[in-house]
Design a protein around this ligand. Structure first.
Ligand code: THU
Length: 134
């Protein structure tokens, strides 16, 4: 298990949050993650006049993950405008599960917690394999 510098990761998330485009909700979000090869990827939320089209910060993060070489997320820090740990929305928990798996750690108000606690009984590729392969 790699040693995770959570303070450093949180600072990267705060830096990303400063780039958020959130003129409608005024709720800026930043996220940073350590990848299994040592890279760091980040994201910020990007809203739209058509409110429902808003992209959560985690959407940008997973896009950057794939753009820069793929891999698996190992540790994630998601923050609000005050730099406090923020719990990802349900859809984004699913994104983190897909790209980080059950062992990926998320920093929370009560410390780092594995994705198995953040998204219990998660739906994933294993649930569709027996149908999709037919
Ligand atoms: N938001 C995120 O970026 N990530 C989350 O996990 C929760 C919500 C954003 C979406 C929207 O721009 C703003 O926060 C208010 O909901």
């Amino acid at each position: 298990m790699v040693d995770i510098d959570w303070d450093w990761l949180q600072e990267r998330a705060v830096e990303a949050m400063r780039h958020a485009y959130a003129p409608y909700s005024k709720f800026r979000v930043g996220v940073a993650a350590l990848v299994d090869d040592g890279r760091t990827v980040t994201g910020c939320n990007v809203e739209n006049a058509a409110y429902g089209v808003a992209l959560c910060a985690e959407c940008g993060l997973v896009s950057q993950l794939h753009l820069t070489g793929g891999g698996t997320l190992v540790a994630v820090s998601c923050v609000d405008a005050e730099g406090s740990s923020l719990m990802p929305c349900g859809r984004c928990r699913q994104l983190l599960w897909e790209n980080g798996g059950p062992e990926c750690l998320l920093m929370t108000a009560s410390g780092p917690r594995p994705m198995t606690e953040i998204l219990p009984d998660a739906f994933d590729a294993g649930d569709i394999a027996h149908i999709v392969r037919k």
